[in-house]
Design a protein around this ligand. Sequence first.
Ligand SMILES: [Cu+2]
Length: 118
Amino acid sequence: MKIASIVIALAAALPAAAIAAGDHQNHGAMVADSQRQSQAPADAQWVDGLVKKVDKTAGKVTLAHGPLKNLGMDMAMTMAFRVKDADWLDQLKAGDKIRFVANDINGVLTVVKFEMAK
Ligand SMILES: [Cu+2]
């Protein structure tokens, strides 16, 4: 009985996660959802990113990025991130290629480290 209910729970959870990861409009919801996934490690995962837009007013940078498994994103996508240090927005401009690490900080996806890609 126990094993059967675990299998059912997994089967129910997996497709939902896959759909959420591919749907950009629901990115915020996905993050809120993923907070209960405490098995997700806080390990730094470097990923390539292409700067699409810098919004200093909002304190955000829009990045086209590869998969970020540590944040439950299994595929490449374009989305806005907050940056840990607002000064970083002065160092970035559309078209820049970077490598970065993003973390979920209190439910907000935030670039916590970055470097210019060569
Ligand atoms: Cu993303």
